[in-house]
Design a protein around this ligand. Structure first.
Ligand SMILES: [Cu+2]
Length: 104
């Protein structure tokens, strides 16, 4: 029984070591597509109807994201179709780190 627990502990450790590495590999994934539903400049948040976010293995949905830098929100407006990059912070929050209007 003890050896099973030890094996599980080892697996948990191995997974916790591998996950951050896979996050750093985000750049190999394409930018995600979305449409801006709402910009909350004061709260530094943005609501996006987004397509698949491959680097986060997230299916299409509409949701709120934190934005890493308030200046990013000045480059876009509600209704814009955008290309963006989201990363997961250590605390589990999803944060938009880059965003730009998609070519029409
Ligand atoms: Cu989502």
């Amino acid at each position: 029984m003890k050896s099973i627990l030890r094996t599980l502990a080892f697996l948990a450790l191995a997974i916790s070591l591998v996950l951050p590495l896979s996050l750093h590999a985000a750049d190999k994934y394409p930018l995600s597509e979305g449409t801006i539903k709402k910009i909350d400049a004061a709260g530094q948040r943005i609501m996006l109807a987004h397509g698949p976010i491959e680097n986060l293995f997230m299916p299409p949905m509409t949701m709120m994201f934190k934005v890493k830098d308030a200046a990013l929100l000045k480059q876009v407006k509600e209704g814009d179709k955008v290309l963006f990059r989201v990363e997961e912070e250590k605390n589990g929050d999803y944060v938009v780190v880059s965003i730009k209007a998609a070519k029409k």
